[in-house]
Design a protein around this ligand. Structure first.
Ligand SMILES: N[C@@H]1[C@@H](O)[C@H](O)[C@@H](COP(=O)(O)O)O[C@@H]1O
Length: 242
């Protein structure tokens, strides 16, 4: 059973998330972080930058692995996840960019890139994996399906996922059809998972993921099998939890 934390005030959401990440890095300066993109963790990253600027935490020895990246998008495209991470976090803290890893969506051989990413992951145990959730229960870009691939793989994005992410592009036609994502096996291997969920539109899916059946049709429900998951909810996303 996940540890579910529901916060009342929106600003506390980001502060609580940042406290969890920063405390880990303070006690384990060589921590390995699994990082996520999307709108939800932006406040967490903003708070971490603040805490870093106050001199309370250093990321100099931290390593990071991101969950996913669009296929075929230039690394410096404004909507690439590499750009997102650089702009929202890495460029503002003392992390060594060489210690940050985001799958290379521009690789000519995407399957080879997936194998390479898995090799890197196999050499590093993720201490804390930050996750968001898609409206259909996806984690990373692991979309609902009859079966799930445990390893890093190329995925064809569902239309609703492209639609949800089209806000970062000029139009939905520009959203890549495919992405590279860490698999659920790699996510489940993390020592600790912090699942961040905000907004009324996520209330039903997160309730289903935490309390409903464990099914590949809701990839986040597999997290019920992990022994150290914290689900952080804002008031709206936590509407269906007592
Ligand atoms: N690949 C990312 C996911 O990692 C993220 O969790 C999801 C939700 O994003 P948001 O937080 O913007 O709702 O968006 C994308 O699909």
């Amino acid at each position: 059973m996940a540890n579910v934390i529901k916060v009342t005030h929106e600003e506390d959401f980001h502060k609580v998330a940042a406290h969890i990440v920063a405390s880990l890095v303070q006690t384990s300066p060589r921590a390995v972080l699994g990082l996520a993109t999307g709108g939800t963790p932006v406040g967490l990253y903003r708070e971490l930058i603040q805490i870093h600027k106050q001199g309370l935490v250093s990321f100099a020895k931290v390593k990071s692995y991101n969950l996913d990246e669009y296929a075929g998008l230039p690394t410096d495209h404004p909507a690439s996840y590499r750009t997102f991470m650089n702009e929202h976090l890495f460029n503002h803290i003392d992390i060594n960019l060489e210690n940050t890893h985001v799958p290379d969506g521009q690789a000519t051989d995407l399957d080879a890139e997936c194998r390479l990413y898995d090799e890197m992951l196999s050499e590093a145990v993720i201490d804390l994996q930050v996750l968001g959730i898609g409206h259909n229960g996806h984690i990373g870009f692991n979309e609902p399906d009859d079966s799930l691939n445990p390893a890093t793989h190329v995925v064809t994005l569902l239309e609703q996922t492209r639609e949800a992410n089209s806000r970062y592009f000029d139009s939905i036609d520009e959203v890549p059809a495919q992405a590279i994502t860490m698999g659920v096996g790699s996510i489940m291997k993390a020592r600790q998972i912090l699942l961040l969920v905000r907004g009324a539109d996520k209330a039903e899916i997160i309730h289903r993921a935490v309390t409903g059946p464990i099914t590949t049709q809701c990839p986040a429900s597999l997290l019920q099998l992990h022994s150290n998951v914290t689900v952080l909810l804002d008031a709206e996303a936590g509407r269906l939890f007592q």
